[in-house]
Design a protein around this ligand. Structure first.
Ligand code: FA5
Length: 347
């Protein structure tokens, strides 16, 4: 190429090629690739025109260069505008595809509930911690010593028959009662002690109100001058908070080897108010837990001076409380994970 005329013809052809090629471009990325073929400094078709300068007469060189730069500027503006248009189009398409119809009915989200026994456990834990109790969680596998012997129930003691036990070996067993935790707490901590201990326990027991695996919550208070009156006062407060303000307690004599005296605790029926109904079997009272004053032998087994300190303990079944609260008449319903049952219980 030797003169301006020829250069202008080439540039006109390149511009036409750019315009035609641009029609096929649909994305910002393709504009960039296409633009490079014309404007890349080393390989670009317009850039390469500069190399023709050596064939051009000296008096035309300035005009020749100016014309090429003009073409570069034109191409740059052309591609910038095209790029801008495509970006706007892409954005518009994205807006369209992400458009939400806020008048559509929402997709229903299914929320799960806590299991009724978990709810009861949380409620009881809240009540007791608000009264200043700490929470201790023991282990489900225990030794015979902690589950029985230290609780004044040595081998051959007839009270062992009260709880049919799953033994793992002569020494280890699945704990039959959260009372096993009492001993660990008293060994580790000196009075004053105020602890509740929730957890799973296991017994070879199976009928409508008994399950081989169930949950208990143990309570233990040890300090100077603790009596059965303190137990009664605390239980009155506790049952009013869980079953309602009108609920009263009644203590009946009972037997546990680790408490002396021992009591069964009944609450006035919260369904009929004590008049008698199906829930309370027409007696007006419902049994909820076992309790008593900690046997001196148990304190001594744990290295606590029984002349200086005394205490009370209680143990309740969480499934029993859940069944009473939610009107469930068969304990199996709590373990079957049947949503038709669980969905009706939302406290
Ligand atoms: C005890 O287990 C004593 N450790 C409670 C205790 C603690 C007494 C501290 C004194 C001092 P009992 O075996 O009664 O006691 O069980 C307590 C509660 O667990 C019962 O009232 C009942 O609600 C529940 N329970 C017992 N066996 C089962 C079972 N197989 N299935 C479901 N709940 C049960």
């Amino acid at each position: 190429m030797q003169d301006l005329k020829e250069l202008n013809e080439v540039i006109t052809a390149i511009k036409e090629e750019i315009r035609q090629g641009a029609d096929a471009l649909t994305t910002s990325k393709s504009v960039y690739e296409f633009k490079k073929t014309f404007l890349d400094n080393k390989q670009g078709r317009i850039g390469l025109l500069m190399k023709e300068m050596r064939n051009v007469a000296n008096d035309q060189k300035a005009e020749f260069g100016k014309t090429i730069n003009g073409a570069k500027e034109w191409a740059n503006n052309f591609f910038d505008e095209l790029d801008q248009k495509l970006k706007e189009k892409e954005q518009q398409q994205r807006y369209e595809s992400e458009k939400i119809d806020i008048t559509m009915p929402p997709v229903k989200i299914r929320y799960g509930n806590l299991h009724p026994v978990t709810t009861v456990r949380n409620q009881l834990t809240d009540i007791f911690t608000s009264m200043g109790f700490e929470v201790y969680e023991g282990t489900e596998i225990e030794t015979d010593y902690y589950n029985f012997t230290a609780l004044n129930t040595p081998q051959d003691h007839p009270a062992r028959d009260m709880q049919d036990t799953f033994y793992l070996s002569p020494e280890f067993l699945l704990r039959t009662q959260t009372s096993a935790g009492q001993v660990h707490v008293m060994e580790a901590k000196k009075p004053p002690i105020k602890v509740v201990s929730p957890g799973k326990v296991f017994r070879s027991d199976d009928d409508a109100t008994h399950s081989p695996m169930f949950s208990q919550m143990e309570g233990l208070v040890v300090d100077e001058g603790i009596t059965l009156c303190d137990l009664k006062g605390m239980l009155d407060m506790f049952v009013q908070r869980i079953f309602g303000e009108q609920t009263k307690t009644r203590l009946r004599p009972s037997y546990f080897p680790f408490t002396e005296p021992s009591v069964e605790v009944d609450v006035s029926c919260f369904q009929c108010g004590g008049k008698g109904c199906r829930l309370c079997k027409e007696t007006g009272w419902i049994e909820v837990l076992g309790a008593g004053v900690v046997n001196k032998k148990v304190l001594e087994n744990c290295g606590i001076d029984s002349n200086k300190y005394s205490g009370f303990a209680f143990g309740l079944g969480l499934e029993r409380i859940a069944m009473l609260k939610y009107g469930i008449n068969n304990i199996k319903m709590l373990f079957e994970s049947d949503l038709r049952v669980l969905d009706q219980i939302d406290d």
